[in-house]
Design a protein around this ligand. Sequence first.
Ligand code: TXA
Ligand code: MG
Length: 325
Amino acid sequence: MKTVISTDRIAAVELLRKGELVALPTETVYGLAASALNPIAVAKIFEAKERPRFDPLIVHLPNREWLKRIAELPAGHRQLISKLADKFWPGPFTMVLPKRKVVPDIVTAGLDTVAVRLSAHCVFAEIVGELDEPLAAPSANRFGHVSPTTAQHVFDELGGRIPLIIDAGPTEHGIESTIVAVRDGRIEILRRGPITGEQLSEFADIVCVAVTQRIFAPGQLPSHYTPTTPLLLIDNAEAFPLQKNQRVGLLALGGACPSPRSSQLEGFAAVRNLSDRGDLREAASNLFRYLRELDALGLDLIVAERIPSRGLGAAIMDRLERATH
Ligand code: TXA
Ligand code: MG
């Protein structure tokens, strides 16, 4: 199959209407979209990604109105769910809710819950709005690979397998949406992301569901975002014992004064600084791109500097920890 990269939104809507796959930009990462109410179209997502059928997909709504058509809003939690939606939608935020019958089982991998999100990306919003049907869309990478943040990444992952990739430049956040479930009046964080625990704690008590406690799906398994090059987390790159004939790449997060550092980092075969200013938003948006770039250099090892596990730092560390397995 020939894969076209373009900005032709009308072609995207036409393909989706016909039950075909189209890769679309969102504010987090690029997604591989199909009509969520068409089980045959959704099956094509699993094929193209080589994704196991037990891993459920996120349903992206055309607008808030669609929420009650897709999901049940349990009476006891309706208020909290509405408040969260008011605050974080449209945006990089996904809620797992009891599903309605209209959602095909293949979308939820047989679970009685469905993950729903409303994307703020103007191109995504325009396409799903024009279609006026929800879209199932996982990240547009092959199973187990890091998520794509540019159209070219999608092409590298899925070229030849899908007809169309809509290009809207690099994505804003660079890491996948925060996923929560509301249970017993508390917010359970199932996947950390751009909406932080600190932000959520203003609405209810929060619990981070440890990976070992409850594994719904591979996105929550300890190892998921794996580059082919071994990756090691370290505390301080300057103190890393480089071996003579070992080619090591460094993924760093620059602090206030990056220039004096650079001379001390000469021994590394390649260095990518997630953010010279030490800005976590910038770091998150560069994370997967730099991991991909370092992975493509055929190095012996990639080392990544740990960052404080606070706010967005926790979401970044979460991706890095999984990538080390
Ligand atoms: O930012 C994002 O969320 C991107 C963009 C494209 O929207 N999508 C994304 O989808 O990251 P995906 O499929 O790569 O990750 C979705 C995660 C998976 O780990 C899946 O297991 C989990 O959401 N998930 C989906 N439905 C679920 C459910 N009903 N209960 C628990 N986890 C669920
Ligand atoms: Mg994914």
